[in-house]
Design a protein around this ligand. Structure first.
Ligand code: NAD
Ligand SMILES: O=C(O)C(=O)C[C@@H](O)[C@H](O)[C@H](O)COP(=O)(O)O
Ligand code: ZN
Length: 372
């Protein structure tokens, strides 16, 4: 097992990465303020893993309650969030009750937000079961639900007590979801870690084959990058915004197409191509780097063009982005492979041109035939 630390003074916490961690009563139950937890999961993950996690808590003498939510990005909303509060209140949960997020990023973001709000804040533990959640969403304390007008618009920063990444749980993850997670893995290489980008180019086939060694390495290096960025800038006043590469465009795709039609990682891949295209138009990177990024995504069967929502609609949706300041769009753009910057300097005409160049009528988020 590998252990990383997210260094945030009194809010610091460990990330445990290894095999079989879902059964580790010692890691799950350590330091609970009360021997009572509410596990939040969904209708897909609960039948796979809830019994094991409940058993681990029981072995440690912890009462493990649960609430099982419907599955899907379109359920990352108020009524579904309210079901967590209904369960907490129905079981008379107190301030010392710990929430446990067992699932992907949707469950993690909603459980974290519920934990931030319930009785003005209770502890929570992240137990991510998708690649995307293991490399990104479980770390860093961004929690939220969606609004029909924009992704993750209602939320809070609330750090977990710890993150338990059981890499074995990826064995049951559908191929399309696995590949979606790779978009966020590639992101770290592009924004700040050129050696990792080069490692990915060499090891992508092993990763796609879910080689345990390649997976462990990719998850460890991703979490290390995320932990460093979060430790340096917990609330996104600076460097943390780089983790948004491709997301201003990508969130517009997710919202514009309807939540759940394009997976988050798929939208981020197409959005990253738009950001790369724009960086090239500004003269910051050359065409060979844009092509290099596209090749990497295509090897993952990730989309390199977005849907044709119309440039005006893209810009309208992007105007809701959380990085907007004084009505001015701020975008994460590339200066080189492994170096991203936040810029408010791109002329709107260039942004529109980059979108137009990177969207197509009938673009699909994934190619069925390419997915094993
Ligand atoms: N908070 C953050 O920093 C952050 C970072 C990145 C993404 N996100 C958010 O995360 C969400 C995307 O997360 P996601 O990609 O994990 O999607 P998800 O949570 O919808 O999970 C994807 C699918 O996989 C299923 N699943 C989960 N684990 C499984 C397993 N082990 N075996 C089989 N099926 C399994 C889920 O039920 C779901 O159907 C988006 O809402 C995105 O906005 C948040
Ligand atoms: O942790 C962060 O910071 C990120 O930006 C990670 C992103 O991958 C993630 O999708 C995040 O939710 C997007 O941030 P948002 O603030 O635009 O919702
Ligand atoms: Zn993301």
């Amino acid at each position: 097992m590998e252990t990383l630390e997210v260094d945030l003074a009194e809010r610091s916490y460990p990330i445990f990465i290894g095999q079989g961690l879902l059964d580790r009563a010692d890691l799950l139950a350590a330091g609970l303020p009360q021997p009572r937890v509410l596990i939040v999961s969904n209708e897909t993950v609960a039948p796979l893993y809830l019994t094991r996690v409940r058993a681990a808590f029981a072995a440690a003498g912890v009462e493990a309650l649960d609430v099982v939510l419907p599955d899907g990005e379109h359920f990352k909303d108020w009524p579904t969030l309210n079901r967590i509060f209904d369960a907490l209140l129905g079981h008379r949960c107190e301030r010392a009750t710990t929430l446990v997020a067992l699932g992907g990023g949707v469950i993690g973001d909603m459980t974290g937000f519920a934990a931030a709000c319930y009785q003005r804040g209770v502890p929570f533990i992240q137990v991510p079961t998708t690649l995307l959640a293991q490399v990104d969403s479980s770390v860093g304390g961004k929690t939220a639900i969606n609004h029909p007008q924009g992704k993750n618009m209602i939320g809070a920063f609330h750090q977990p007590q710890r993150v338990l990444i059981d890499t074995d749980s990826l064995a049951t993850l559908p191929a399309r979801e696995f590949r979606s997670g790779l978009a966020e893995v590639i992101k770290y290489g592009l924004i700040r870690d050129l050696p990792f980008l080069e490692w990915l180019e060499v090891n992508l086939d092993a990763l796609l084959a879910r080689s345990p060694a390649a997976l462990a390495e990719a998850i460890l290096r991703s979490c290390r990058n995320k932990a460093e960025v979060v430790a340096a800038d917990e609330r996104e006043s600076g460097e943390r915004a780089l983790l948004n590469l491709g997301h201003t465009f990508g969130h517009a795709i997710e919202t514009g197409a309807g939540y759940g039609v394009w997976l988050h990682g798929e939208a981020v891949a197409a959005g990253t191509m738009m950001a790369a295209e724009l960086s090239q138009r500004l003269g910051w990177i050359d065409a060979s780097l844009v092509a290099r990024i596209g090749r990497l995504f295509e090897r993952c069967s990730l989309p390199v063009v977005g849907p044709a929502l119309g440039e005006e609609r893209y810009l309208e949706l992007m105007a809701h982005d959380k990085k907007v300041q004084g009505g001015r769009l701020r975008l994460v753009l590339l200066r080189a492979a492994g170096r991203a910057v936040v810029s408010a300097d791109a002329p709107v005409a260039d942004v529109a041109a980059a979108i137009a160049a990177r969207c197509r009528a009938g673009a699909v988020p994934f190619l069925e035939s390419a997915h094993g």
